[in-house]
Design a protein around this ligand. Structure first.
Ligand code: NDP
Length: 447
């Protein structure tokens, strides 16, 4: 499909969501938006600027799009150099061994569906006035004041981006807390830290309608009330598999109630010659997981080595500001699965914040199985958490124990060293509730 920053049935581009409309452009905008916080931090270290630093939106968008075009070229060449023939157009599976692209028929022994997902937005009155994440990554100008509906990865990442680029940001979530499924304490911590940076959270507010007034400004109406004056309203209310009009049901490929392709452990669909990987299967919707699924599939089909993707200890990051890194089980899931766990936590002011004077803090948590002493999960919210968690993920995936962590010498002075120096458990959770000892939170301290 030809390149487009906003995906449609006929446009998109080699690279898909991650490269063109997700992870990569998002991270570029995160980099752009972090400077304002860093300028602020720098004052305590003696930096003075002649004038307030100004941001030029069009430079950012132009450079971002040039980089996306470059990546599109790189990916296209990689495919061509590996002997892949690229056929651009709208495809439809017409039988277990045939795909029709814009009317022309192509046959194959195996067919792989990897069409990903699309933003999913509730159909409420005035929804035509809102933008999704595709559009939010390529706006012609900076939003003055934006309402973001949703409390997941995408909502929090964009809240940080627009806040850093100095838009007024209001986040509307329908529950009490952001990031359902994440560690409970991390959920609280990240929302507190984001609020301190100027983001307003509206909790337990389900969107009801969006209206546009004569001055062009938008009002978001929820079941609790209305807020007026938004230049933009963005919905980040999840994504759904992009399986419409692909001809799948007609030839017997089973879809679940969300439209995701149902696959077995080897990524095979209900039709033997058709396989599916990535977000279209709605398993763990992360780029590196799709990559793992694709690698396993290649070994299964072409390497004569049936291989199942392994979903244990998949690390992930939320590029909110501050960002989150996590791997393994949350405390809640670990208790559910193992019963007895020891929980180590630390909530501290990083060295950088001492001179910057900003209220930035770091939160860390390690969950350890009380019987085997294995580290079951590590969660962190604070500067560099995504970079730090990648290394920790190797240890958790390898099944290392708390003793292995304790025996590791820290790198000083870093934030990460805290992960190998949390010595006393904050609490020991025992299945028999009477045994539960809540220990003094020694780890919470000012550094
Ligand atoms: P998520 O599923 O993470 O979050 C969706 C949010 O929208 C939730 O807070 C949900 O609330 C809320 N919501 C859903 N429907 C409604 C509604 N009708 N009204 C109000 N609120 C609603 O989806 P995202 O869009 O943030 O991300 C999509 C996927 O992309 C994720 O699965 C993620 O894995 C992936 N992703 C990964 C990133 C990364 O690795 N850094 C970055 C961005 C995306 P509730 O909790 O109440 O259901």
């Amino acid at each position: 499909m030809p390149f487009a920053t906003v995906a449609s049935d006929n446009l998109g581009g080699v690279g898909g969501t991650c490269v063109l409309r997700g992870c990569v452009p998002k991270k570029l905008l995160v980099y752009a938006s972090k400077y304002s916080h860093e300028f602020e931090e720098s004052h305590g270290f003696g930096w003075r600027y002649g004038t307030e630093p100004k941001h030029d939106w069009s430079t950012l968008m132009t450079n971002k799009n040039l980089e996306l075009q470059r990546l599109l070229g790189v990916q296209t060449n990689m495919l061509k150099n590996s002997g892949v023939t690229i056929i651009e157009g709208r495809g439809k599976v017409v039988d277990p061994h045939a795909v029709s692209v814009d009317g022309k028929l192509y046959t194959a022994k195996n067919i792989l569906i990897a069409v990903g997902g699309r933003p999913s937005i509730p159909d409420i009155p005035g929804i035509e006035h809102v933008i999704d994440s595709d559009a939010a990554l390529d706006l012609p100008s900076r939003p003055e004041k934006i309402a973001i509906v949703g409390g997941g990865y995408i909502a929090l990442e964009f809240a940080g981006i627009f806040n850093g680029l100095k838009s007024g940001v209001h986040v509307f979530i329908r529950q009490k807390k952001v990031l359902r499924g994440f560690d409970e304490e991390v959920r609280d911590f990240v929302a507190d830290q984001m609020s301190l940076r100027g983001i307003t959270f509206h909790t337990e507010q389900t969107p009801q309608a969006v209206t546009k007034s004569d001055d062009g400004l938008l009002t978001l109406k929820t079941y609790k009330g209305s807020i007026h004056g938004f230049s933009h309203v963005m919905f980040a209310t999840g994504r759904k598999p992009n399986t419409k009009n692909l001809g799948l049901e007609e030839i017997g490929v089973k879809l679940d109630k969300h439209g995701a392709i149902v696959v077995d452990e080897f990524s095979r669909t209900s039709v033997d010659s058709i396989w599916a990987v990535g977000d279209v299967t709605n398993r763990v919707n992360l780029t590196p997981v799709a990559l793992m699924e694709g690698g396993a599939l290649a070994r299964t089909i072409f390497g004569n080595e049936p291989t199942k993707p392994d979903y244990s200890a998949v690390p992930s990051a939320v590029f909110s500001q501050p960002p989150i890194g996590q791997v393994g089980l949350t405390e809640e899931k670990a208790i559910e699965k193992y019963g007895d766990v020891d929980v180590y936590t630390s909530n501290f002011r990083p060295l950088r914040a001492t001179l910057s004077g900003l209220p930035d803090r770091v939160y860390m948590k390690a969950i350890v199985c009380a019987n085997t002493n294995k580290v079951l999960g590590v969660h962190m919210c604070g500067e560099d958490a995504p970079e730090i968690i990648q290394g920790i993920a190797i240890a958790v995936k390898a099944g290392l124990t708390k003793q292995n962590f304790d025996a590791t010498v820290g790198v000083h002075p870093t934030t990460a060293e805290e992960l190998v120096t949390m010595r006393s458990p904050t609490r020991k959770v025992r299945t028999d509730a009477a045994d539960e000892t809540k220990m003094k939170d020694e780890a919470t301290r000012q550094k």
